[in-house]
Design a protein around this ligand. Structure first.
Ligand SMILES: *Cc1c(COP(=O)(O)O)cnc(C)c1O
Length: 428
């Protein structure tokens, strides 16, 4: 499989952009080698510059749940673009998208649209701090909430110590207002609240984690999150930028039976265009300017193209309810990968929830960042490149989830499993 055109494009890109990319997740740091440049997507497939076709299991890292260039989304965008691309003033489309979000997500009474998931989490924690008058934010190792300074924080040396910067450019002053705890660790959470409870403004958590691979929160952990935040007057923020409209139409919260105070959304709700949102109880959301005093604004917030793509995507999802079929397909894929690994004698653990899954090269269950970090990432890299040669585009990191779309057919899944059977033998 030749990728000469991609290689030439990447050589030029490296001269123009740091590392040759506009987001580090694309740079193949986790698997080595050079990224592939794409010219177009159609349904479940991506076509690279050299004309190679791949079955795509990234879906732009989550948004493309209907597959690429879905006709309803394309039509909505074509209709919107000729009416003008941005007014900086209210539009009916914003009402429509807000209504879809409020109707779909039980905990959201009012919502604000922004332009990325990062903007949504940044704003939600500002709101939580403004609402509670407190400073400290709790997050969990292995959860990702965008590149907000106060969330780019790593755990300090001891459990429940204050955080330390996880990137140059994040100050210690910022990091010390963030506590980083272990995911699924009920005792650690209890200890942190016992020690810092009165200072905690909010706990932000991925209720189904997608950014250390797919890892579910345990029922006990979720119950403890809800109970401890309530007892201590802190807000519970579910970051559903990935899980929203993916694991279920109503988000992970509709499956888990836990109601957060605030929810952040992104990815799917923009149908492939820049979009994010945060929402929750009206009484909390009304703290935002101009109803309240917490500042947040955006020139392109709720712009006509992003809302058109988002409305089209959510309307298809609502009207066709593809979630059972998506789950059947991802179960079929998970079982097929398990059988391929077993036949080759390769140890594995599967993280799975609805239309997202991660095949961990691990000989123990993955429940938090410590167990995820023990995966055999070198074996994953060989698996990734083997699958590329077979025309299957997987996430370029062990720690990113595979995403299925409604465009993936049974034949696509079967072809993927057949490819995996060969590649597992090569990497055993
Ligand atoms: C992708 C992601 C974000 C950040 O969204 P961007 O649109 O990339 O800024 C935040 N939280 C979670 C859980 C995500 O997966």
């Amino acid at each position: 499989m030749s990728r000469e055109q991609s290689q030439a494009a990447f050589a030029r890109a490296k001269q123009l952009m740091p590392g040759g990319v506009n987001s580090p997740a694309r740079a193949f740091g986790g698997v080595g080698g050079e990224p592939i440049f794409f010219q177009r997507g159609e349904g479940a497939y991506l076509f690279d510059l050299d004309g190679n076709r791949y079955i795509d299991y990234i879906g732009s890292w989550g948004p493309m749940i209907l597959g690429h260039a879905h006709s309803k989304v394309v039509e909505a965008l074509q209709a919107a673009v000729v009416r003008g691309t941005s007014f900086g003033a209210p539009t009916l489309a914003e009402n429509q998208l807000a209504e879809l979000l409020v109707d779909a997500v039980a905990s959201i009474e009012k919502v604000r649209l922004v332009s990325s998931g990062t903007e949504a989490t940044m704003s939600a924690i500002r709101l939580a701090r403004g609402y509670t008058g407190r400073a400290t934010i709790v997050k969990f190792a292995g959860n990702y909430h965008g590149h907000v300074d106060s969330l780019l924080v790593a755990a300090g040396s001891a459990a429940a110590t204050l955080g330390v910067p996880d990137s140059p450019g994040v100050t210690e002053g910022t990091a010390k207002d963030t506590l980083v705890l272990r995911y699924n660790d009920v005792a650690g959470l209890g200890g942190a609240f016992a020690q810092h409870g009165r200072r905690i403004a909010a706990v932000i958590v991925e209720p189904v984690a997608g950014n250390m691979g797919c890892v579910r929160a345990s029922a006990e952990f979720l119950a403890a999150l809800r109970q401890l935040t309530q007892e201590h007057g802190a807000l519970l923020i579910f970051d559903e930028v990935i899980s929203g409209f993916r694991v279920a139409y109503g988000g992970a919260q509709s499956l888990l039976g836990v109601t957060p105070d605030l929810t952040t959304l992104g990815k799917i709700i923009g149908g492939g265009l820049p979009m994010g949102a945060y929402g929750g109880r009206a009484e909390i959301m009304d703290q935002m300017l101009p109803a309240g005093k917490v500042f947040q604004a955006g020139t392109l917030s709720g712009n006509p193209l992003a809302t058109a793509a988002g409305i089209a995507t959510l309307t298809v999802l609502r009207d066709t309810n593809p979630y059972e079929e998506l789950e059947r397909h991802s179960t079929r894929l998970a079982v097929g990968l398990e059988e391929a690994a077993t036949a080759a004698g390769v140890p594995y653990a599967v993280g799975w929830c609805g239309a997202m899954l991660t095949f961990f090269f691990s000989d123990e269950p993955v429940t938090d960042w410590d167990t995820a970090a023990r995966c055999d990432t070198r074996r994953y890299a060989r698996f990734f490149w083997g699958m590329i040669e077979q025309g299957v585009y997987l996430p370029c990191s062990q720690y990113e989830a595979m995403f299925l779309s409604t465009a993936h057919t049974q034949q696509d899944i079967a072809a993927t499993i057949a490819a995996a059977r060969e590649v597992m033998q090569e990497i055993a």
